[in-house]
Design a binder for this molecule. Structure first.
Ligand code: PLP
Length: 389
């Protein structure tokens, strides 16, 4: 069964399972407890924090464990905007193609008086420093631009973006959602560029339900989850030492294998996309800098839902866009932001390859796509041609 939905969730790494299995009998205690068992769990948590900090190019005190990418994003936005309102900075600038975990909390603050400004991507799906720069001024409290888009796979130039923000909105906190880039790209440059960064464990081959909000020293952020003094009083709730260690091991393996895996997966993706193009599909974006595993294509004239159901019946896992929107009939906000024709956009599918994808998976997936598209009546070429205009 070819699995082409790694951007939604990728299998847990064997090394992670091996590393954490013994911990269920040695590090089960509450890391905040004052007894020896608690101290054992605390040691695991501390080691995980130190390793993640080192791999991300941060200090251990800058790593806050959360329940995942969604919470880290929610917190970065809400925590910064609360403070911005108190300090007389009413503007927030966010890209229109952020994950909903960024967009929805930002939208909620509009009722509280935040002026939310959306930066649109260019035709290639990239959010540029140039487009952002025109929207900045000294009343901006928050700029949140994702490191790479989860649907399109397009990578943004965070260095250039951060430079522009520092020049034009010097009081703004810069947040980036690095959930999709973490398995593939060096995050140390991103860490250096921003104030807050979101990372999620399960996209790396760790466990679901663990994430990090990297908050640089000196960045003041209102607490979001209340009810305890954990994480230096910044995030309440019993800490998950085993989940944290799973994330540390997953990140260590990702950093170690990144170059080899990235090159191998990019090659497979190339072969897969060439096969899709030969069947009449079109790539929706042609950005210079893409994540190695993403293939975002349009099957013009066909319905996304029909395609996904057809693929699924034949054993091929793919998605419409973000996983939460999978199977939904409405146009994704990311595709809508590209300003493409609705009919064409209906046949959009995100395939995402990952570390475990093989050449045989690509062969099998292409055969399933060909059979499914054929059964649905084929791609309507005039519409495909329109997309390329
Ligand atoms: N941000 C992006 C870009 C994502 O792709 C995802 C998950 O798909 C999230 C945030 C949410 O992360 P999590 O599943 O850890 O809550």
């Amino acid at each position: 069964m070819p699995y082409f939905d790694h951007a939604a969730a990728t299998p847990v790494r064997l090394e992670v399972l091996e590393a954490i299995a013994p911990l269920f009998t040695t590090a089960y205690a509450n890391p905040s407890a004052g007894h020896a068992s608690g101290r054992s769990a605390r040691a695991v948590l501390d080691n995980a924090r130190e390793e993640i900090a080192q791999l991300l190019g941060a200090q251990p005190g800058e790593i806050i464990f959360t329940s995942g990418g969604t919470e880290s994003d929610n917190w970065a936005i809400a925590g910064t905007l609360e403070r911005g309102l108190r300090e007389g900075l009413p503007r927030a600038v966010v890209s229109s193609i952020e994950h909903k975990a960024v967009l929805e909390p930002a939208e909620r603050f509009q009722a509280r008086g935040v002026s939310l400004v959306l930066v649109e991507p260019n035709d290639d799906g990239e959010v540029t420093a140039q487009a952002l720069g025109a929207l900045l001024d000294e009343s901006v409290s928050l700029v949140s631009i994702m490191a790479a888009n989860n649907e399109l796979g397009v990578v943004n130039d965070l260095g250039a973006i951060a430079k522009t923000v520092r020049q034009r909105a010097s009081r703004a906190v810069i947040h980036t959602d690095a959930v999709q880039v973490a398995p593939w790209l060096d995050l140390q440059a991103a860490t250096a560029a921003v104030d807050l960064m979101t990372v999620s464990s399960h996209k790396l081959g760790g466990l679901k339900g663990t994430g990090v909000l990297l908050a640089k020293e000196g960045v003041r952020l209102d607490a979001f989850v209340l009810g305890g003094a954990q994480e230096l009083g910044r995030r309440a709730g019993t800490q998950d030492a085993i989940g944290a260690m799973a994330m540390a091991v997953a990140l260590r393996c990702a950093v170690r294998d990144r170059e080899i895996d990235g090159a191998r997966v990019a090659k497979l993706r190339h072969r897969f996309v060439q096969g899709l193009l030969a069947l009449g599909a079109t790539e929706t974006v042609k950005a210079k800098h893409m994540l190695p595993g993403h293939a975002h294509v349009a099957f013009a004239g066909l319905a996304t839902d029909e395609l996904l159901v057809g693929f699924d019946r034949a054993g091929l896992a793919a998605a419409a866009g973000s996983s939460c929107a999978s199977g939904a009939t409405e146009l994704s906000h990311v595709v809508a932001a590209l300003g493409r024709d609705d009919d064409v956009a209906k046949g959009i599918v995100r395939f995402s390859l990952g570390r475990t994808t093989t050449n045989d998976d690509v062969t099998e997936a292409l055969a399933i796509v060909e059979a499914t598209v054929g059964r649905l009546g084929g791609i309507r070429l005039p519409e495909a041609a329109r997309l390329l205009d």
